[in-house]
Design a protein around this ligand. Sequence first.
Ligand SMILES: Cc1ncc(COP(=O)(O)O)c(C=O)c1O
Length: 376
Amino acid sequence: MNLQVAKAKGSLIYDPKGKKHIDFLGGAGVGNLGWGLEEIEMTIRNSERPSYVYPHFYYKPWTDLAEQLAAITPEHLTTSFRATGGSEAVDGALQMAMMYTGRKKVLSIEGSYHGNTFGALSVGTSSNGEKFHNLLPGFEKIKPPLNEKSLREIEEKLKGNEYAAFIMEPVIINLGVVIPEEKFMEKLDRLCKEHGTLLIMDEAITGFFRTGKFFASEHYNIKPDIMCLAKAISSGYAGMGAVMTTDKIAKAVEGKIGLYSSYGWHPVGTDAAIATINYLLNNTEELLDNIETVGRIFREELPKITFREEPEIRIKGLAIAVDVKDEGYASEIKEKAVEHGLLMNTEGSSLSFLPALNIDTETVLEGLKLLKKVVD
Ligand SMILES: Cc1ncc(COP(=O)(O)O)c(C=O)c1O
């Protein structure tokens, strides 16, 4: 996508010539609160933080953030490990699971994306292996659709008690908002528990209200052992990530793995994350109302657009995918949309929209009007 960004405010992005673009892309899940939100900007500007903190020294705001994260994630996830982003959080989660279980094998969903480090690429789509002449050994994939058949396949694999972890996004945004059924997730959780396999929920994009809950894992009656957080955690102000786990797992791996990273929870990112979480906590009701209103607009307006084929529309909160059934066609729409001043992503044959959770309805309607114009 050929766009040079000069300025970003709210849900609008401007190029150096001042041309306006409506942002339905949201930095692929970073900009849940849009860009340059006053409350976060002011906190960062007015903070008296040091310019850097060495990871092995103590920095009090780390404790504040860790306490906030423990309070907002499911109750049993009490402990956080510092990371600089999603890939590092996924790698850390895999290391943690391997160290805790003493096992090396990992299961994930075919075609998924979990980041760009070798660990994250290894749990991502199998075509990564072709690119790099194989990745980590013992990493296997379950092919969607996620149904009874795949549960039987998972059970067959897990029953040998050899797998350290099963990792997935609770709503698979990177496959075009695939929404697993509750009974699939609950059985998966049960199978993992039965066979000593840790369940890792990668909430890098799905976290921080993207799908209408603080974390998408909360849509199901499951108890993930590890949760990966990133992206919207710091609203785009600095690289940040976190691996959340239980007290028991944290104590067992403490001192055995060190998710050391020079920039892990840099003071700017820490300030941004604390300010982001405060904002989310102070504005939960308004944000949830807006997610519902904007979601309804997308549900009502998208079917009025005449795509080449009847599309499949999948929406959870403000994670929105329009499967136009042809990858080339989806890319064509995305590229043409930029020229018309509308930004989106594609996942395979799906158009993918991750608008800010606080986007106003006028901007949403303007964006959808542009989409209609592009498609027509
Ligand atoms: C589900 C998921 N996990 C991990 C990552 C990697 O995050 P980062 O780009 O911060 O390394 C991404 C990035 O798109 C992602 O979508």
